[in-house]
Design a protein around this ligand. Structure first.
Ligand code: IMP
Ligand code: MG
Length: 184
């Protein structure tokens, strides 16, 4: 199957239609990287990639950075296997990762309600981060109830559920090249 020409995908019981093309995503990721390279020119940030959803965005973004980042992975989730928010799980980060005194750049796939982002910022703050910023590919302003707006935003989108480019529906659809939105 050629995923580059698929305008519609079916995952389980739901149909999703193409919303943001891979080429538009990559162009925007380059622009975000350009900004981050300027802002962190004098710093070597500690980049925390929020698993699982951010893995593809982070891979594309980080390969466009020239600021010598240290890269670590963090796991926390507010969604389980559905489209509704559930309980936040515990943060899991390697014991060897020292946040204290570091300029932290959190990389998220999407900021929806903002709960996960606020939780991570609070965690980073008590861990002694020197500065904290957040980069997300997607932002749903209509759902957002957080205190801190993401410092780097790829696209503002409506609150409809999306999949692809790392984002899942019930753990499926992460491999899709484009971003798809729930149809109908
Ligand atoms: P928040 O805590 O409400 O901001 O939600 C953040 C997390 O929920 C993201 O990191 C995603 O994993 C997940 N999420 C939110 N909206 C969507 C969506 O439309 N598709 C897939 N995952 C989503
Ligand atoms: Mg996520």
């Amino acid at each position: 199957m050629d995923f580059t020409v698929m305008n519609e995908v079916k995952i389980n019981d739901k149909v999703f239609r193409k919303m943001i093309d891979e080429s538009a995503i990559l162009q925007r990721v380059q622009e975000m990287a350009d900004r981050i390279n300027l802002d962190y020119a004098q710093k070597s940030p500690l980049v925390l990639i929020v698993l699982n959803g951010a893995f593809i965005f982070a891979a594309d973004l980080l390969r466009r950075l020239n600021v010598g980042p240290e890269i670590q992975f963090i796991k926390i989730s507010s969604y389980r296997n559905a489209m509704v928010a559930g309980e936040l799980e515990e943060v899991s980060l390697g014991k060897e990762v020292i946040i204290e005194g570091r300029d932290l750049l959190i990389v998220e796939d999407i900021i929806d309600t903002g709960t996960t982002g606020e939780y991570l910022r609070a965690y980073a703050k008590v861990s002694g981060a020197c500065s904290i910023r957040l980069a997300c590919l997607l932002f749903k302003p209509d759902n957002f109830t957080g205190k801190h707006l993401p410092e780097y935003i790829g696209f503002e989108i409506p609150s409809d559920f999306v999949v692809g480019y790392g984002l899942d529906y019930a753990q499926k659809g992460r491999e899709l090249r484009h971003i798809y939105t729930l149809a109908g």
